[in-house]
Design a protein around this ligand. Structure first.
Ligand SMILES: NC(=O)C1=CN([C@@H]2O[C@H](COP(=O)(O)OP(=O)(O)OC[C@H]3O[C@@H](n4cnc5c(N)ncnc54)[C@H](OP(=O)(O)O)[C@@H]3O)[C@@H](O)[C@H]2O)C=CC1
Ligand SMILES: O=C1O[C@H](COP(=O)(O)O)[C@@H](O)[C@H](O)[C@H]1O
Length: 509
C-alpha cells in the first residue's frame, strides 16, 4: 500500500527528533541578501518549518554585507515561499525565529559579531550555508573556523558548500585543500542538488532492489546510455555569471556526472554514505578524460518572429561579453573502462533554451540476437528514468499487436508516478538535502575525491576549449539543439527510430 504524505511526514519527524536528541540548532545563511538565499534557501527552511520537519529548537540567522532587516528579507523571499492563506500565522512564527547580522566577509570582527548572535541562542549545533560567490569562500571559511565554531564537544558544526567547487582540477584541489585544513570531511556538505531529486535517489533501489536488472546491467546487454538535461529558457539576463562557466561546468561536470556514477557504479556493500561514495569514486576513476572529437558544442540564437526572451540569442543578453563563444549546449560520449562497461558509450547532453524541460536517463539495450520477426520490425528495448518533470520509469517493449493481428508493436511497461503514487508529496531537492545535513547523513553529498575525479575527467577538455575557443554550433532558441548531437548519438550506438508512440492512459470513469 502506498504511504500517505502524512504517514511519511510523521515518520520523518520521529526520526529527526530521535537523531537530534532534542538539541538546539542555529542555521546561518551566509549571503542572505542574494539570489540563492531568496529563491531557494529561505523558502526551503520555511517549508521544512511549516511541515514540522526541523528540530523543535531551531532558529535562523541571515548574514550579508547589505544592511537589511528581517522584514526586508521577508519581502524579498515571500513570493518564492508559496504560502497558503491559512498559513499566515505559522509564517509569522517562522520569521520571529529569524534574525539578521550585517558584516563583511573578510573581517574577523564582523564574524565575532555573528558568533555573539549565535552564542545568544545558548548551547547549540551550528549549520552554515555558504550561499555565496566562490570568490569569498576562502575568507568566510577562515572566519567561521576562527570564531564561529561550536565550543563544546556535545555540539557540532556543519558547513554546506554550493557549487561551483572551482573551475578546473587545479582550482578545485586548491579549494579542497583549503577546506580540508579547516574542517573534517564529516563537517563538510558539498551540495549537488540533483542528488536530492526523487528519481536520482531512486536509482539505488531500482538497480539493487530488483533482481531483474543486475544480469542485464552491463556491456553484454546495454548498447548505450544517454543522460540528458534540457531547459526551455536561456540565461534570463544572468548571462554574465553563466559566461564565466558555460554549460559543461554548470551542469555536465557535476549533475550529469553524478547521475552517471549512480547508474554505472558497482553494488556497494551497504547503503552507508562511505560505501556508496567509495563505489562512485571507483567508477569515476575508470573514466578517461573526455576527448574533443567526441564532443558537440552549441550556443543558442534568437528565434525569428519570436517574442520576448525567445527572440533573443545568448549574445543578445547585454551581460554576456561581445562575441562570447561560451557553449550553452554540450553533448559528449565518454567511456567507463571497466569489466562491466568497456565499450558502452555514455552520452551526456545538456542545454539551455531548448524545446522542453526534461532530465532523464535512457538505457538502450542491444538488438535481439537471431531475430525471427520481419526485418526491422523489432526495435530495441529502452529503460527510461524520467527525473523531471512528471517523474516516471518506463521500459519500451515489443508486444504482439492485440487482437487477430500477428504483428509486433512497440509498447511499454509504464510506471508514471502521478498515477501510481497519488497524493504523495514530492519534496524539493533542497528540502531533502538540508534535512540530511541536520540528520548528519552524507549519502547525497559529494565527497572531495569524487570532486577530484569529476574535474580530472573534464579539465583537459575545458582547458582545450578555453585555449582554442572553438565556435559553438548555432541552434535556434526553443529547438532540440544542434543536429550534430543526433549524429553523435547515432555514432555512439543510440538508435532513434521515431516509431515509438506513447498512448497516454486515460483515467477510468
Ligand atoms: N510515463 C510516461 O509519462 C511516459 C511518457 N512517454 C512520453 O512519450 C513520448 C515519447 O517517448 P520517448 O521515450 O521519448 O520515445 P522516443 O523514441 O520518441 O524518443 C526517444 C529519444 O529520442 C530523442 N529524439 C527525438 N527526435 C530525435 C531525432 N530526430 N533524432 C534523434 N533522437 C531524437 C528524444 O528526445 P530529445 O528531443 O530529447 O532528443 C528522446 O530522447 C515522450 O514525450 C515521453 O515522455 C512515454 C512513455 C511513458
Ligand atoms: O545547477 C543548476 O541547475 C539548474 C537547474 O536545476 P533544476 O533543478 O531546475 O533542474 C540550472 O538552471 C542552473 O543553470 C544550474 O547552475
Amino acid at each position: 500500500m502506498t504511504s500517505t504524505s502524512n504517514d511519511v511526514l510523521a515518520r520523518m519527524r520521529d526520526t529527526l527528533e530521535h537523531d537530534c536528541h532534542g538539541a538546539s540548532h542555529v542555521f546561518v545563511i551566509l549571503g542572505a541578501s542574494g539570489d540563492l538565499a531568496k529563491k531557494k534557501i529561505y523558502p526551503t527552511l520555511w517549508w521544512l518549518y511549516r511541515d514540522g520537519l526541523l528540530p523543535k529548537k531551531t532558529s535562523f540567522i541571515g548574514y550579508a554585507r547589505s544592511k537589511l532587516t528581517v522584514d526586508e528579507i521577508k519581502q524579498k523571499t515571500i513570493k518564492f515561499m508559496k504560502v497558503e492563506k491559512d498559513e499566515e500565522k505559522k509564517l509569522e512564527e517562522f520569521f520571529k525565529l529569524n534574525s539578521y547580522v550585517s558584516g563583511a566577509y573578510d573581517k574577523t570582527e564582523a564574524f565575532s559579531a555573528l558568533n555573539k548572535a549565535i552564542d545568544a541562542k545558548g548551547s547549540c549545533n551550528r549549520l552554515f550555508y555558504l550561499a555565496l560567490p566562490p570568490s569569498v569562500y576562502e575568507s568566510v571559511t577562515l572566519n567561521i573556523k576562527a570564531v564561529c565554531m561550536s565550543k563544546d564537544d556535545k555540539n557540532w558544526t556543519r558547513i554546506i558548500v554550493e557549487k561551483p567547487f572551482g573551475r578546473d582540477l587545479e582550482s578545485s584541489n586548491t579549494l579542497s585543500s583549503h577546506l580540508a585544513a579547516l574542517f573534517k570531511e564529516e563537517e563538510l556538505y558539498r551540495i549537488d542538488h540533483y542528488l536530492g531529486k526523487e528519481m536520482i535517489q531512486n536509482l539505488m533501489v531500482l538497480r539493487f532492489g530488483n533482481r531483474i536488472f543486475s544480469p542485464i546491467w552491463n556491456r553484454e546487454s546495454v548498447a548505450s546510455v544517454v543522460i540528458s538535461f534540457k531547459e526551455p529558457f536561456g540565461t534570463q539576463g544572468r548571462g554574465g555569471y553563466f559566461d564565466e562557466f558555460g554549460i559543461i561546468r554548470d551542469v555536465m561536470q557535476n549533475h550529469l556526472l553524478q547521475i552517471l556514477s549512480l547508474v554505472a557504479m558497482e553494488k556497494p556493500p551497504s547503503t552507508g554514505a562511505e560505501d556508496i561514495r567509495n563505489e562512485k569514486v571507483k567508477v569515476l576513476k575508470s573514466i578517461p578524460p573526455v576527448l574533443m572529437e567526441n564532443v558537440v558544442l552549441g550556443q543558442y540564437i534568437g528565434k525569428k518572429g519570436g517574442e520576448g526572451e525567445e527572440a533573443k540569442g545568448y549574445l543578445d543578453d547585454p551581460t554576456v561579453p561581445k562575441g562570447s563563444v561560451t557553449p550553452t549546449f554540450a553533448s559528449c560520449a565518454l567511456f567507463v573502462k571497466n569489466e562491466r562497461w568497456d565499450g558502452v558509450p555514455f552520452i551526456l547532453r545538456c542545454g539551455k533554451a531548448l524545446n522542453e524541460r526534461k532530465a532523464e536517463v535512457r538505457v538502450q539495450f542491444r538488438d535481439v540476437p537471431g531475430d525471427i520477426f520481419r526485418e526491422g520490425e523489432v526495435k530495441r528495448n529502452e529503460l527510461v528514468i524520467r527525473v523531471q518533470p512528471n517523474e516516471a520509469v518506463y521500459m519500451k517493449m515489443m508486444m504482439k499487436t492485440p487482437g487477430m493481428s500477428i504483428d509486433c508493436e512497440e509498447s511499454e511497461l509504464d510506471l508514471t508516478y502521478d498515477n501510481r503514487y497519488k497524493g504523495v508529496k514530492m519534496p524539493d531537492a533542497y528540502e531533502r538535502l538540508i534535512l540530511d545535513v541536520f540528520m548528519g547523513s552524507q549519502i547525497h553529498f559529494v565527497r572531495s575525491d569524487e570532486l577530484h575525479e569529476a574535474w580530472r575527467i573534464f579539465t583537459p577538455l575545458l582547458k582545450q576549449i578555453d585555449k582554442e575557443k572553438p565556435k559553438p554550433i548555432e541552434y535556434v532558441y526553443g529547438s532540440r539543439g544542434p543536429k550534430e548531437n543526433d549524429k553523435l548519438c547515432t555514432e555512439f550506438n543510440f538508435i532513434y527510430t521515431g516509431t515509438y508512440k506513447w498512448v497516454k492512459p486515460q483515467p477510468h470513469l
